[in-house]
Design a protein around this ligand. Structure first.
Ligand SMILES: Nc1nc2c(ncn2[C@@H]2O[C@H](COP(=O)(O)OP(=O)(O)OP(=O)(O)O)[C@@H](O)[C@H]2O)c(=O)[nH]1
Ligand SMILES: [Mg+2]
Length: 245
């Protein structure tokens, strides 16, 4: 059986984290997936890390881990910290999920099944059967237009290039130079997908319904959107010049 670890980046997720972890382990044991979890917490002021450590000692000593960083350093670098942990401990798959229930644990079995035929599996909102729930019009426009730009400028083929619910094969993570990642925030997702595609890794998608967070506050800012545009421009220019990634 393949060994998989879920990377949960957290910043102020005290209302979600312990129920999410419990739900993931429920799905894991019902489907015999043997999942492990690593939380990457950026010193959340709401005490998320303390909650994780408490349930770790009480219930999940063997399969729950935490990486604690000194302050908010961005989603991209949190993923990288999780990837490094996954590579070091020799997991076959690293799965990234938001810690706010937007990515439902019930999709994990189909995602892992899909990994039998691809190197990166994306939980996609933009394939038949996928979609979004409780999204405002501006959120829809931003997401759709970022995808459109990713398709036209970077030539990305996946239908959902900005989805954060993904499973990477370890070969992908060891091929892409994690020391050489330009983006630190949400645009990290675009950069990783671009690098996967140009390195000829096979990208698969499974449909998911992305639901807006149940509780807690969003960390996405206007600045992140500007950063995503910068990332798009940077890699478009590199693509035009034929730079090897
Ligand atoms: N470690 C770490 N986690 C972060 C950081 N920024 C966001 N996160 C986490 O990354 C995940 C996605 O962030 P969200 O705020 O849910 O962003 P979003 O899903 O785009 O926005 P919403 O739909 O409003 O929830 C969540 O689990 C956050 O707690 C960060 O700087 N460091
Ligand atoms: Mg969210």
């Amino acid at each position: 059986m393949k060994k998989a670890i879920i990377i949960l980046p957290t910043y102020n997720e005290k209302e979600n984290i312990s129920t999410l972890i419990t739900e993931i382990y429920d799905v894991s044991s019902k489907n015999n997936l043997g999942l492990h979890i690593v939380v990457v917490d950026d010193n959340s002021p709401d005490g998320t890390a303390a909650i994780v450590k408490k349930i770790m000692y009480e219930k999940f000593k063997q399969n729950l881990f935490i990486i604690e960083r000194p302050g908010k350093m961005g989603l991209g670098t949190a993923y990288i910290a999780g990837f490094r942990f996954a590579l070091e401990k020799e997991y076959d798959y690293a799965i990234t999920m938001d810690a706010d229930f937007s990515h439902k644990p019930s999709y994990l079995p189909s995602m892992l099944k899909k990994m039998e035929t691809c190197d990166l599996c994306v939980g996609s909102r933009y394939v038949p059967g996928g979609g979004t729930k409780n999204w405002g019009i501006s959120r829809k426009i931003i997401s759709r237009s970022t995808n459109l730009l990713a398709h036209t400028l970077l030539g990305l083929k996946a239908n959902d290039c900005t989805a954060g619910f993904r499973c990477y094969k370890k070969e992908v993570l060891s091929t892409i130079n994690l020391n050489n990642i330009y983006s630190n925030g949400y645009s990290f997702l675009l950069e990783m997908m671009y690098k996967c595609q140009v390195n000829n890794f096979k990208i698969g998608e499974i449909p998911i319904i992305f639901e807006d967070r149940r509780v807690g506050v969003s960390k996405i800012s206007r600045q992140e959107i500007i950063k995503a545009m910068k990332t798009l421009m940077k890699f478009t220019w590199r693509r035009i010049r034929g730079v090897k990634e």
